[in-house]
Structures are given as structure tokens and as C-alpha cells.
Design a protein around this ligand. Structure first.
Ligand SMILES: NC(=O)c1ccc[n+]([C@@H]2O[C@H](COP(=O)([O-])OP(=O)(O)OC[C@H]3O[C@@H](n4cnc5c(N)ncnc54)[C@H](O)[C@@H]3O)[C@@H](O)[C@H]2O)c1
Length: 442
């Protein structure tokens, strides 16, 4: 039986912590640290915690010395390193959300601390644990397509995900969230590319991108500033807040109604609930009409991040890779196509199915194909959470690692998670400075 403490009791940390409810014989949640009182209270109720097991911050928790085996750190992007450092010093191992740093300086600070204190830290690169990607990685390790010479990765971010995360929401402005869209959304894809090429360093990066669509000049004629307040075109608008958040009550609810939890008066009000399920329709509409940022027109927000970006990467062995991130797509999709010296692998995460093609030079032949359909193994059942079933498989993997079991192919050291992040930082520099950037390690 291992014990864990939640630091940053938001949507992500609670998702991972739910592993303790599914596997009470393996994991117990024995504490929470979060400045928001209703969130601490929700966790205390869920996991039967006493008041002395609830802390106002990561720093307060660290000051008490080690109280559990590991930390589930689900704070926001720019808080990952500052909250991790005192906890690593206090003796904890850690599951740490991505992007695990918002600059190269922070990234190396964390790497140094993990080495200095000799802790186990796993980054929540949940897609590595989705059966779709781990099966592809296993094929690469088995030599199924020879040496990788090129990887093409694509992420289409759906119109509603784009609007909630990167136009109206928490990751829409670098001055506030410190992560550009590439790092906030696609550090997974960059990690997958560098993980597939594990052991070969990325050396040069080029990148292009912009905010093509979500700016005032692109607003439809007559659009107001708030969907439910002053917008005559709202009934016909593809991005109406009413259509996205009221007509689809479950879609992104944990972001859209979060504002009510963060509200200062809620923190003072001991009866305020961190549970958005209890909100009435009238309360939701009133919120979208007043102080809720998700009630704003998508063309008239304070967003400064891109809505599409392309990245080209060169590796030390001469192999290349591209990532195309496109926000505002009708349907979410993650595609990957890996070409090796003996064959290729091509698939779509959402279909949980990929094809392996081999060169077949025999007379009358050209290509031999094998279809790997992971749906047959229950991959799409949802029992393992979001991200293609990666969320709770990652949690299981980390728990097993701490119990002394060998590392899986998906759990690597922090050093091996560094490459994808380095590519991301370099890509943004390349895009902004309009030049090719060399990836430097210290
Ligand atoms: N792995 C994935 O696929 C994935 C998906 C979505 C989001 N994320 C990442 O997960 C992280 C968390 O996202 P979220 O939406 O759950 O965030 P959130 O804002 O809901 O939760 C963060 C919590 O941290 C708390 N906090 C702030 N300072 C703290 C401190 N000093 N000590 C303790 N707690 C503190 C906040 O009060 C808040 O409750 C982000 O970095 C995000 O980028 C990862």
C-alpha cells in the first residue's frame, strides 16, 4: 500500500487520484494542499481526510517533512517547478503534470533537483501510456520498421477545445499562463516524437505559426463582445457560449464553471461548493452574462497564443520529423505516420488502430499490410480515463514503479522527457525570431 498527497486539487490531480478509489489495496490519498478552501474540502470529503491532513499550499506541506510516499502535483504550468522543489527536498517522489517547466532555465533546475535528491519523478505524458502509442513504441523497439527516418505527427484541436482552452480559457495568454499553445497542448506530441527516437538527440528546429482566426478583424459582422449579453448573431454563431457550455452541459464543465470556485468570495464562504454539478441553469447563465470569461466572444478575447503552428525537427542521426498543430478543427484527431528503413506505421489515436506496412519487392507485390486494432483489447472502454486510456494507466505504472517493479517502456527518466520540451521551447523561439534554432543541452 502506497500513500499519496494531492498538491493542486484541480481537475487533473483529481483524475489521477481517482486511482485510489479504483484500487484501494494499492493506493491511499492521505492529504491535500491547495490554497482554495472549497477544493480542499471536496478532497477531504472524497478521501475522508482530517483537517490536519489539509494544507494551504505545497510550501506549507513541505515544511512539515515527509508525510506520504509521493505527491500528485497538478498545479498550473508555471507553478510546477516552484512547488516541486521544496517537496523533492522534503523527500517525496512525484507525479508531475506537463508541461513540467515553462522555460529552459526552469527545466534544468528541476533536472538538477531530481538528481541531487535522487527522487523518482514521472511527467504526466499520458499519451505514452495510451495503448495506441505504447503499442507503436513497442513495434519500433522490436525493429518492426527498421530505423526511423521520418515522423509526421498531426494534432487537430477541435473548435470547442480550442475555444475553451486557448481562446477564452486558462491557456489563452502567455503573460498569465506562461505556456505558449504549442507547449500547453502539444508538448505531448513533441514528447511522442522524441520518445519514438529515444536515444537520438534533436539538434535543429524550425517553426511557423500565427493566430489566424481568433482576432477582432475576423469577427463576423455585427458580433457583440459577450454571447449572452450583446450579440445579435449568437443564434447562428458556431462559437456561441450557450451552444458550447449550456447546450452541452458536460463538455468542459470543469473549466467553464471553475471561475465560480476561484471567486474570492467563494473562498471566504465556507458553504461554497467546489462541485460544479450543483450549479443551476440560472446560475450558469448569470455567470456567462457577467464575470465568466467563457461568456466572451471568441473574436474579442485577450488571447495572444497561436491557433496553428507547424514544427520541423532534425535529429542528430539525420532523421527528421514534423508536427502540425491546427486549432479550430471540426473533429479532434491525433495522427502519426512513422517511416522507417524497412517499413512504416500509420494510425489515428481516436480510432485506436494502426497499420504496419512492409516493403514487399516480390513479383506482383508492392506492400504487405498488417492492421493492429487495439479496440479488440478494450482500449476504447474508457475505464482507464481520457487521453486514449492513458490517464490511469500512467498512474498504475507509477505506483508499480514505486513498488519496485521494473520501468515500463512508457516510464522513462526525467532526462528522457527533456527532449520534447526542449524542442517546444526552441520551436517557439524559431517561430518568433523567424530562424532555425539549434537545440542545446547544457
Ligand atoms: N496531462 C494532460 O494531458 C493534461 C491535460 C490538461 C491539463 N494538464 C495540465 O495539468 C495542470 C493542472 O491543470 P488543471 O486544469 O487541473 O489546473 P487547476 O487550475 O484546476 O488546478 C490547479 C490547482 O493548483 C492550486 N495551487 C496553486 N498554487 C498552489 C500551491 N502553491 N500549492 C498547492 N496548490 C496550489 C490551485 O489553487 C488550483 O486548485 C496544468 O499544468 C495543465 O497544463 C495536463
Amino acid at each position: 500500500m502506497l500513500t499519496a498527497i494531492i498538491v493542486g486539487a484541480g481537475h487533473r490531480a483529481l483524475t489521477y487520484a481517482s486511482y485510489a478509489q479504483q484500487h484501494p489495496d494499492e493506493l491511499r490519498i492521505v492529504g491535500v494542499a491547495d490554497p482554495i478552501e472549497p477544493r480542499r474540502r471536496l478532497v477531504a470529503e472524497l478521501y475522508d481526510l482530517a483537517p490536519e491532513q489539509c494544507y494551504a499550499s505545497a510550501e506549507d506541506l513541505a515544511a512539515q517533512g515527509k508525510q506520504a510516499d509521493f505527491i500528485i502535483n497538478g498545479t498550473m504550468d508555471h507553478q510546477h517547478v516552484s512547488t516541486a522543489l521544496p517537496l523533492l527536498a522534503a523527500g517525496y517522489d512525484m507525479l508531475l503534470e506537463k508541461p513540467f517547466a515553462t522555460s529552459e532555465a526552469e527545466l534544468w533546475q528541476l533536472v538538477d533537483a531530481v538528481q541531487k535528491y535522487d527522487r523518482k519523478v514521472a511527467i504526466c505524458h499520458v499519451l505514452r501510456f495510451a495503448p495506441f502509442y505504447s503499442a507503436i513504441r513497442q513495434k519500433i523497439l522490436d525493429g518492426a520498421i527498421g530505423e526511423i527516418l521520418n515522423i509526421q505527427a498531426v494534432e487537430h484541436v477541435s473548435y470547442h477545445h480550442m475555444a475553451v482552452g486557448f481562446v477564452r480559457g486558462k491557456w489563452n495568454n502567455k503573460k498569465r499562463c506562461f505556456s505558449p499553445m504549442l507547449m500547453a497542448k502539444c508538448c505531448h506530441d513533441l514528447d511522442l516524437i522524441t520518445w519514438m527516437k529515444s536515444g537520438v538527440a534533436p539538434v535543429r528546429v524550425a517553426s511557423f505559426g500565427s493566430n489566424f482566426q481568433f482576432r477582432p478583424e475576423k469577427a463576423p459582422p455585427g458580433a457583440g463582445t459577450h454571447c449572452l449579453v450583446d450579440c445579435p448573431i449568437e443564434p447562428d454563431c458556431l462559437y456561441s457560449a450557450r451552444k458550447h457550455y449550456i447546450d452541452h452541459p458536460q463538455r468542459w464543465a470543469f473549466y467553464v464553471w471553475d471561475v465560480l470556485q476561484h471567486d474570492a468570495k467563494d473562498q471566504a464562504n465556507k458553504n461554497a461548493s467546489a462541485n460544479y454539478e450543483t450549479l443551476t441553469l440560472a446560475e450558469k447563465i448569470e455567470s456567462l452574462k457577467t464575470n465568466n470569461p467563457y461568456g466572451r466572444c471568441v473574436w474579442k478575447c485577450d488571447n495572444d497564443v497561436v491557433d496553428h503552428q507547424s514544427v520541423a525537427i532534425e535529429f542528430a542521426d539525420g532523421a527528421t520529423a514534423t508536427l502540425n498543430m491546427v486549432g479550430g478543427a471540426a473533429k479532434p484527431a491525433r495522427l502519426i505516420h512513422i517511416v522507417g528503413t524497412h517499413g512504416e506505421i500509420q494510425g489515428t489515436l481516436e480510432e485506436s488502430r494502426f497499420v504496419i506496412r512492409h516493403i514487399d519487392p516480390r513479383p506482383g507485390c508492392e506492400t504487405a499490410e498488417t492492421v493492429i486494432d487495439l479496440r479488440i483489447g478494450g482500449d476504447m472502454s474508457g475505464a482507464f480515463g481520457g487521453h486514449g486510456g492513458g490517464d490511469l494507466r500512467l498512474m498504475a505504472d507509477f505506483v508499480h514503479l514505486l513498488k519496485g517493479e521494473p520501468r515500463s517502456i512508457s516510464t522513462t527518466t526525467l532526462e528522457d522527457s527533456v527532449n520534447g520540451h526542449l524542442v517546444g521551447f526552441c520551436a517557439d523561439r524559431a517561430m518568433e525570431e523567424k530562424r532555425v534554432v539549434e537545440v542545446t543541452r547544457r
